[in-house]
Design a protein around this ligand. Structure first.
Ligand code: NAP
Length: 291
């Protein structure tokens, strides 16, 4: 064992003797071979360093797979965002939420052990979107890490959009996407929405193929709402709606309205080392600059 790892172990056992809380972790993985191997290695190394797994109340959730896996992990623990942080290992291409490589598992576990020995865990917090779906049966509240989208299931979506309780536009088209800053690189980007830095407390409304004529007029460009502003979507026709919340799809009818806003709660990511957002954007979408 190297001297650094020994020091971490000594610090960890001292903190355990003092009764200080150690970082309890859990792993959520994609289920493919490389993700399973990476998860097994992580458990083995974590056990050697005295880290405890806690499926129900983890301080840290390690997602092993891709950004899609992080979406699953987020929704598994979305009721515990005040006490749970996330970190991602990508077993495919570099992810926006998954920036550790499988070859770096040992270094990640060292960082977890170091954080366990000297809590609290250092984190960075990103805003998320809250949606409130009103139907005749009441109001359902959901959180999304990337975005929520609304589409007509059988026909084009016809809906009135209100911003801060004032009528803004009558939309007709394929659908509407409301994304978080960290989700702006997902579906929103395919809709030509802007990429927002996750330090901005905002949500972005992007249109999907809007139809414009004398009756239906919508802005055409995406708009960014700051915290404390809200947007209400009132579907105009009784129609089957297709709602997506991150990776999940739900068919619903009888929707009266959907309110979106920046959620009070944020999502926390463990910040064991810096990896600036714009570097991720460059690496994911542009690659190396060829002189
Ligand atoms: P999927 O259709 O299997 O994969 C969607 C792709 O989006 C994957 O390559 C995923 O990365 C990537 N992704 C997820 N979150 C991202 C983010 N914040 N920034 C950049 N890329 C991101 O679906 P899924 O894995 O269940 O993920 C659901 C997400 O897919 C949605 O939240 C939405 O953002 C995105 N999506 C995009 C479109 C589109 O662009 N037309 C359509 C539907 C859904 P990994 O490979 O690392 O998992």
């Amino acid at each position: 064992m190297c001297l650094g790892a020994e020091l971490i172990m000594i610090k960890l056992s001292l903190s355990t003797i003092r009764g200080e809380p150690a970082v309890k972790y859990n792993v959520v993985h994609r289920g493919d071979d490389i993700s399973i191997q990476t998860k097994d290695l992580l458990h083995e190394l974590a056990a050697k360093r005295g880290l405890k797994q806690d499926i129900n109340e983890p301080d840290l959730v390690v997602s092993v797979g891709g950004d899609g896996t992080m979406l699953h992990a987020f929704h598994m623990y979305s009721s515990k965002l005040d006490t749970t942080s996330f970190v991602g290992i990508h077993t495919g291409h570099l992810g926006f939420y998954a920036d550790w490589k499988p070859q770096e598992v040992e270094s990640l576990v060292d960082s977890m052990a170091a954080a366990s020995a000297s809590p609290p865990l250092r984190t960075v917090k990103y805003p998320i979107v809250q949606i409130e779906i009103a139907t005749e049966k009441g109001i359902q509240t959901h959180l999304a890490l990337n975005e929520f989208t609304l589409k007509g299931a059988d026909a084009t979506l016809v809906a009135e959009l209100h911003i801060n309780d004032e009528r803004f536009e009558m939309f007709r088209g394929d659908g509407i996407c409301i994304s978080t800053p960290s989700g702006s690189t997902g579906y929103n980007k395919s809709l030509n929405g802007a990429l927002l830095h996750p330090s901005l407390e905002a949500i972005q409304i992007a249109e999907m193929a809007s139809l414009n004529n004398r009756v239906y007029r919508s802005l055409g460009s995406s708009i960014v709402l700051p915290k404390h502003h809200h947007c209400d979507i009132y579907p105009k026709k009784k129609m089957n709606m297709l709602l997506t919340i991150d990776h999940m799809n739900v068919q619903m009818n009888h929707i009266i309205s959907i309110r979106s806003m920046v959620a009070e709660t944020k999502v926390s990511f463990a910040r064991f080392r810096p990896f600036p957002f714009w570097n991720r954007v460059r690496e994911a979408f542009i690659g190396e600059i060829v002189e």
